[in-house]
Write a protein that binds this ligand. Structure first.
Ligand code: NG1
Ligand code: ZN
Length: 540
């Protein structure tokens, strides 16, 4: 690589910043994430890595500039693989070696990757880039572009897009068979969603749809607001959407968005007990890959419907359609949850004969586990999730289409096909998930309160603690129990044992923040609060 024009001149201009000090950057469950000021060299190098990945796969790969729900001064980078999913785990180590290398070692690291992966550097490398609305995002995406160009990559910059949109574009461009209705563009993405939504609500009187109350969407002052505005226009009278918390009227993620609503258990800024009683609402996060729903009831009490409740709603739909089609024994359906899933959601799914599996926290683990099923639903309680349907299931359904005479079965089949079109098969997608929720509420003729009532969450509380070195905290594979330090393990066990029936708590080092996370569940809110607090004290 030393012979590559300009490479040796350019690399020193993108040395690791002094402010990074001895800090080792790690490619966590959401890529690299840190204060934007120390990420310049990382972005430059990730542009190069995305090109190598593309050359290796002979397909388009991607790079998303976002730190999702993190505060505005942070930023981050996630690479998107050729199938539209997250970067293959086997490449994460390359990302870390590159990001942490001193300038004079960068070429050596690149050469090793090329050799190990047997990459033909003369191959074309094509990458797509997109970014969120952070102030630092434009500059950092430019650095990634420069890095990519140095290694001879072709770069298409999509500018401001949600994370799932970028994943979607890559999936569609690389796999023509998925790209049915010219879905591989921004306009195509909206067409795909709107058309599917229309099919799912086709059985409903149009007048009734027009009269339906709007969905109020807290966009966390992020990119979701920009994209949702375009989608809402295409939806027209099929679904009324009111956008709140746009990039113009506040600081990204500040006291709003999915993370705030779900972690702090507080309604987002821009919504009020008095003005918004009875209104159906949802919150996106900063890059619109998560969504949670919420509302104030008539008494003014605020209720959260998290990822677990969304998963249960979706699971109910698929279970019912498979049953109608008499495919329930042939096509496996399962929901993947993490340690954060509310105990009541698990009980609900079990009571409805839906299979449930556990995965480690982090979407990539859930995604992987969900592949064990023909139709795999995964949701983190924080609202990140989707449904994946295997290609052979889709083929099977298509083949069935012409053989069906029963109207009920025909309708069920059309419904599953439309759901498959609506749901982002590559990653969790707040816009597509929210539309699917809305379509199902319309089908059931449910208010948000009726949906909320399918089960009652056990009271829970989350908090986080900063300690000198969070890596000393070790957990079991499914993260429901600590294994080290010994004293912490013992303390959590004894606190849980004395916190009454149905109490549960766990601690785990965060993969995206420098903190140890604490979760507690109990019979009462006071019990859950007290348990979380006591466990947090034990962490210190
Ligand atoms: P960490 O910081 O490891 O807890 C957070 C979320 C995960 C997941 C990742 C991003 C919680 C408790 N944790 O991870 O669920 O969304 O970010 O992949 O919400
Ligand atoms: Zn996000």
């Amino acid at each position: 690589l030393e012979k590559v024009p300009r490479l040796m001149d350019e690399l020193p201009k993108h040395s690791k910043p002094a402010a990074l000090g001895d800090k080792v950057l790690s490619y966590g469950t959401a890529g690299f994430r840190d204060n934007a000021d120390i990420l310049g060299s990382t972005f430059h190098r990730m542009g190069m890595l995305a090109v190598l990945r593309s050359k290796k796969e002979h397909k388009i790969t991607g790079l998303m500039v976002t730190a999702s729900h993190n505060a505005a001064p942070d930023n981050g980078v996630k690479l998107v693989d050729a199938d539209g999913g997250m970067l293959a785990q086997s490449w994460e180590k390359y990302a870390m070696q590159l990001a942490n290398a001193n300038t004079e070692k960068v070429v050596e690291v690149l050469d090793t990757i090329i050799r190990t992966e047997k990459i033909d550097v003369d191959q074309t490398g094509n990458i797509f880039i997109a970014r969120d609305t952070r102030v630092s995002s434009e500059h950092l995406s430019e650095l990634a572009r420069e890095g990519a160009l140095l290694l001879g990559g072709n770069v298409l910059d999509f500018g401001l897009q949600t994370t799932p949109q970028l994943h979607h574009f890559i999936r569609m461009w690389n796999h023509e068979q998925y790209n049915k209705g010219d879905w591989a563009s921004e306009a195509g993405y909206y067409n795909m969603l709107v058309d599917a939504f229309k099919q799912l609500t086709s059985g409903v009187d149009q007048k009734k749809l027009e009269m339906r109350t709007p969905l109020y969407v807290d966009c966390a002052h992020g990119v979701g607001a920009i994209q949702l505005a375009k989608l809402a226009k295409d939806l027209g009278d099929m679904l009324h959407i009111e956008i709140r918390n746009t990039p113009e009227d506040g600081e990204l993620n500040f006291e709003c968005g999915a993370e705030h609503a779900q972690k702090a258990r507080k309604h987002p800024a821009g919504f009020s007990r008095d003005a918004d009683r009875g209104k159906r609402a949802c919150s996106l996060d900063g890059d619109a890959d998560r969504v949670v729903f919420h509302y104030f009831d008539v008494q003014g009490e605020w209720h959260l419907l998290d990822g677990d409740k969304i998963a249960c709603l979706f699971a109910g739909f698929f279970a019912e359609k498979l049953k109608t089609l008499e495919l329930a024994s042939e096509i496996s359906l399962g929901v993947v949850q993490t340690a954060y899933a509310n105990g009541a959601a698990y009980n609900y799914l079990k009571a409805n004969n839906v299979q449930v599996a556990m995965a480690k926290t982090g979407v990539k683990y859930c995604h992987h586990k969900a592949l064990d099923y023909d139709i795999g639903i995964y949701f983190e309680a924080n609202g990140h999730g989707t449904v994946m349907m295997k290609d052979h299931v889709v083929d099977r359904l298509h083949k069935m289409e012409s053989t069906l005479t029963d109207e009920k079965k025909k309708y069920a089949l059309a419904n599953i096909t439309a759901a498959h079109q609506l749901i982002n098969q590559a990653v969790g997608d707040a816009l597509s998930d929210a539309l699917f929720v809305e379509a199902l509420l319309i089908q059931h003729d449910w208010s948000i309160a009726q949906w909320d009532a399918i089960y009652q969450d056990l009271p829970s509380r989350q908090t986080k603690v900063k300690i000198a070195d969070r890596t000393v905290v070790k957990t079991t594979e499914d993260e429901t129990a600590a294994t080290a330090p010994e004293a912490l393990k013992a303390a959590v066990e004894s606190l849980v044992a004395s916190a009454g029936p149905n109490a549960r708590a766990f601690v785990r080092p965060s993969g995206t923040e420098d903190a140890v996370r604490v979760y507690a569940e109990a019979e009462t809110q006071e019990g859950a609060d007290a348990l979380a607090l006591a466990v947090a004290k034990a962490v210190h």
